[in-house]
Design a protein around this ligand. Structure first.
Ligand code: F6P
Ligand code: MN
Length: 315
């Protein structure tokens, strides 16, 4: 810790952190339930079956046994939490109505195991969570009351925000999440970038933007997992991730409700920005639960530069 003075030496666990910030009791409970559920997901990743489930999700992707198991773990935990109105997962896309009209409770959209195709090569994966107050899941992302992700890498970390900054916790040997960094802020130029999608399918504006980043000496740092790639941009205090619109996929690949909104909320809370190239991600009014959108996310200046190239090329 002496070598890293920015890091807090105090043993503050997640629940205590939420209490000290005077977060709503039910929201605290919800976030802690998700943190607890993640311990079972870690166990499944470490020791579980790496095979296929024999099913596909609504995006036509083949599901792993681990996708299905992680989904079940979260659904079960959230169903019994007593604080959830509705929930929906990227894996099934079906709303699970628990107390469907209760506006005092919370609704949750989640990607239980993002990047699951990386598990067989032992790369990092994660869980992404978006939380709204009330029963409505089809709201612009700016209405989220909290967002979080858990990253299963060499270490397990949890990053959350309730709109009062972004905080990172690390799992200790007792499987408790304790505070590593409070109020993470991104500063300075983007020194790294993570570009998703095939470059040959980029539109002219995105191609020029990628060339611009390289000319500026921005290093390529792409793991293929959205959670570790975003975590790198956040914890390195700057950088850019993009999964742009492609010539054969005008809406890109990533999902607005389960992936983009929660990450955009977290990165904005750290002083960064998130855009489709034409519009702020958090202002999109979702038409459907399974809506996709392109994304440029990270250091504000880099996101604004992406918007400029896309505007100039009209693509
Ligand atoms: O959930 C989708 C995902 O696996 C993300 O984790 C990742 O950023 C992206 O897809 C990678 O897609 P591609 O293989 O097309 O670069
Ligand atoms: Mn995903």
């Amino acid at each position: 810790m002496l070598s890293d003075p920015g890091r807090t030496p105090l043993h503050i666990d997640l629940r205590r952190h939420l209490r000290e910030k005077h977060e709503d009791r039910d929201l605290t409970r919800l976030i802690c339930e998700i943190a607890d559920a993640s311990k079972y997901i870690i166990n499944a990743i470490r020791t579980g079956d790496l095979g296929m489930a024999g099913t596909s999700n609504l995006y036509g992707e083949k599901q792993l046994a681990l996708d299905v198991l992680s989904d079940r773990i979260l659904i079960k935990r959230l169903t019994h939490s007593e604080v959830v109105a509705n929930l929906v997962s990227e894996e099934s896309g079906q709303v699970v109505e628990i107390d469907p009209n209760n506006e005092e409770k919370y609704s949750v959209a989640f990607d239980p195991l993002d990047g699951s195709s990386l598990v067989d090569v032992n790369l990092a994966v994660g869980t992404i969570i978006s939380i709204y107050k009330g029963s409505n899941l089809l709201q612009p992302g700016r209405n989220q009351v909290a967002a979080m992700y858990i990253l299963y890498g060499p270490r397990t970390t949890l990053v959350y925000s309730t709109g009062r900054g972004v905080h990172e916790f690390g799992m200790n040997s007792l499987m408790e999440y304790t505070l590593n960094y409070e109020n993470i802020r991104m500063a300075g130029p983007a020194k790294i970038y993570s570009p998703g999608g095939l470059r040959s399918k980029y539109t002219p504006g995105t191609k020029k933007f990628a060339q611009y980043l390289e000319k500026m000496g921005t290093k390529l740092r792409y793991s293929g997992g959205f959670v570790p790639d975003i975590n790198q941009v956040l914890l390195k205090r700057g950088g850019l991730f993009m999964y742009p619109h492609l010539t054969d996929a005008p809406a890109g690949k990533l999902r607005l409700l389960y992936e983009l909104n929660p990450m955009a909320f977290l990165i904005e809370q750290a002083g960064g920005a998130a855009s489709t190239g034409r519009q702020r991600i958090l202002d999109i009014v979702p038409e459907r639960l399974d809506m996709l959108a392109p994304i440029f996310i990270g250091t504000k200046e880099a996101v604004e530069m992406a918007e400029k190239f896309i505007y100039e090329e009209e693509d």
